[in-house]
Design a protein around this ligand. Structure first.
Ligand code: KG4
Ligand code: ZN
Length: 324
């Protein structure tokens, strides 16, 4: 069995997963302390990981009804993410592996999001295009096999989830803003206002700075649509941008399968719009779309593990090895 740890952002996660991708336990301890700041505070996140990571690991083993003798590999997120936060998970993983004489597999967080699609009981086989949209990242990946991916496009500024969060904040909604904005948008007319969809951005990259600024200006107008209408139109613009780039990625690669991940995959309007593209689509269950350690274990199955002499000096990376 694989014991995996993920601490790249604000969730302290540990999971136990079988080699065949069956999830034995998937523990996610959401810190819930960042809401009052309207976003994640890196230093606060790191401190909380330190308090929670041991408990999360113990909890995962207990829920999996597994002991240390059952674990034959430790997996951990190496990056990208908040360095202070990543280092807590990485140190924990090194210590556990060294103490038990186990190999360690360092995993790329984004490869983890891709590998969420390979988990049992419903694995989705490559080749496919993968859209990952969360609070921290927005990218399109070409996935040919279970071992890796190539980036087709990524955001030039904000992530899609960040655009939802910032829009929600401007509309006076709480954090995280995505679910709240979706709820407000349900009573609104998406055609009530036209927000930019960054069609001028070349290739398969994304940009959400324009839509955010446009909302700020729209809110200043005296004679403006209702908040519900603005929320609906704002959501529509984000969803259209994500969907049009995804359509283009499918066309350009000639691939005919689509996987979706990241917290924004929970958005109902996005799911509906992507379904209309008409290719077979796979969206893992919500708890596997948002940050979790089961996806890190899943990816670790295809990483060459390191022995103690190799992993003790391993460092975290903040932004992608892959240039993200
Ligand atoms: O993957 P995730 O849990 O974590 C991080 O990126 O850290 O994604 C969280 C993001 C937040 O920005 C949140 O607002 C967004 O996903 N989100 C949504 C919805 N549910 C979560 N955005 C739009 N609609 C939703 N229903
Ligand atoms: Zn993530």
């Amino acid at each position: 069995m694989i014991l995996a740890i993920e601490t790249s952002c604000d969730d302290t996660c540990a999971a136990v997963v079988d080699r065949d991708g069956a999830i034995r336990a998937n523990v996610i301890s959401s810190q819930g302390v960042h809401d009052r700041y309207g976003g994640v505070v890196p230093e606060v996140a790191a401190r909380h990981h330190l308090e929670l990571v041991d408990v999360a690991v113990e909890d995962a083993l207990r829920r999996a009804q597994a002991g240390w003798d059952d674990v034959d590999l430790i997996a951990v997120t190496q990056g990208p993410g908040l360095v202070g936060a990543l280092l807590i998970g990485l140190s924990e993983a090194k210590a556990l592996a060294a103490a038990r004489d186990l190999p360690l597999a360092p995993v790329d967080h984004l490869q983890g999001h891709v590998a969420a699609n390979f988990l049992a009981p419903d694995p989705f086989e490559p080749p496919f295009v993968c859209l990952i949209a969360s609070g921290g990242h927005t990218l399109l990946a070409r996935v040919e096999d279970r071992h890796g991916f190539t980036v087709l496009g990524s955001t030039l500024d904000d992530a899609a989830g960040e655009a939802f969060d910032k829009g929600a904040r401007m509309l006076g909604l709480g954090y995280p803003g995505g679910p709240a904005l979706q709820r407000l948008a349900e009573g609104g007319d998406p055609q009530a206002h036209r927000f930019p969809t960054a069609d001028n951005v070349a290739g398969l990259d994304f940009s959400f700075a324009g839509v955010k600024t446009a909302l700020r200006y729209a809110l200043r107008e005296d004679d403006r649509p209702s908040d519900a209408d603005l929320a609906a139109a704002y959501q529509h613009a984000i969803v259209e941008q994500l969907a049009r780039r995804t359509e283009r990625a499918l066309e350009e690669t000639g691939l005919e399968r689509l996987a979706v991940g990241g917290g924004v995959a929970a958005n109902a309007a996005l799911r509906e719009r992507l379904a209309r593209i008409g290719v077979p689509m796979h969206i893992p269950p919500r708890e596997l779309c948002t940050d979790n350690a089961a996806m890190i274990a899943s990816a670790a199955r295809y990483v060459t593990p390191l022995g103690p002499g190799e992993y003790l000096g391993l460092d975290a990376y903040a932004s992608g090895e892959r240039g993200l």
